[in-house]
Design a protein around this ligand. Structure first.
Ligand code: GRF
Length: 186
């Protein structure tokens, strides 16, 4: 079994969480940044940081085919833990099974509240006074695995989805590296 401290980060876009995980890496090593979108802006940061990257455009590619390729890349880099960070492609049950207990995600809500998309707008619409973010184990069902760590962020009366999102994102950047460092100690 590969060393859990050897971490791959999967991204599809901006990659600000990936950057936080790289910059605050402690007790784990980011050995690969992989993306299903070759133009994901976050890849530039990974390259500049000297981290090996792997990309393959998943668009129009059958899920099993894409995931077989991704799985090979993860094995080639002897990855022990996978951290999803804004990875926007649904994973098959088979892939999730292969990585059961070894794959984490960050979600911008206090799970189990507001899984899925548009979380900030929904929290505001519901009249919540507190929002936040959660790091959880990835299971077949989206945003529903065991929660490992959470950070709360107060919702101000003046907040709209964009201002709340920005503050929650800041909290994500502290929570995720700390939760991952804790996770790989097990
Ligand atoms: C973050 O809000 C994360 O919680 C969610 O997708 C967003 C990704 O942002 N899963 P970034 O690519 O890490 O900047």
């Amino acid at each position: 079994m590969p060393d859990p401290k050897r971490v791959a980060i999967l991204i599809s876009g901006r990659g600000s969480n990936m950057r936080a995980l790289v910059e605050q890496a402690s007790g784990y090593e980011v050995v690969l940044v992989a993306s299903n979108r070759p133009q994901a802006p976050g890849l530039n940061h990974a390259r500049a940081a000297g981290i090996p990257t792997w990309t393959s455009n998943s668009k129009g590619v059958p899920r099993e085919e894409f995931e077989a390729e991704l799985g090979r890349a993860l094995r080639d880099h002897r990855v022990g833990t996978v951290a999803l960070a804004g990875y926007m492609r649904l994973l098959s049950a088979a892939f999730v099974e292969q990585w059961r207990g070894r794959m984490l995600n960050i979600h911008p809500s206090l799970l189990p509240r507001n899984p899925g998309l548009e979380t900030h707008a929904r929290a505001i619409a519901a009249g919540d006074s507190v929002a936040g973010c959660s790091v959880h184990i990835v299971t077949e069902e989206v945003d529903s695995g065991q929660v490992l760590a959470q950070a709360e962020v107060a919702i101000e009366p003046s907040d709209d989805a964009a201002t709340l999102e920005a503050r929650v994102l800041e909290a994500e950047h502290t929570l995720y590296p700390a939760a991952l460092a804790e996770f790989v100690k097990r």
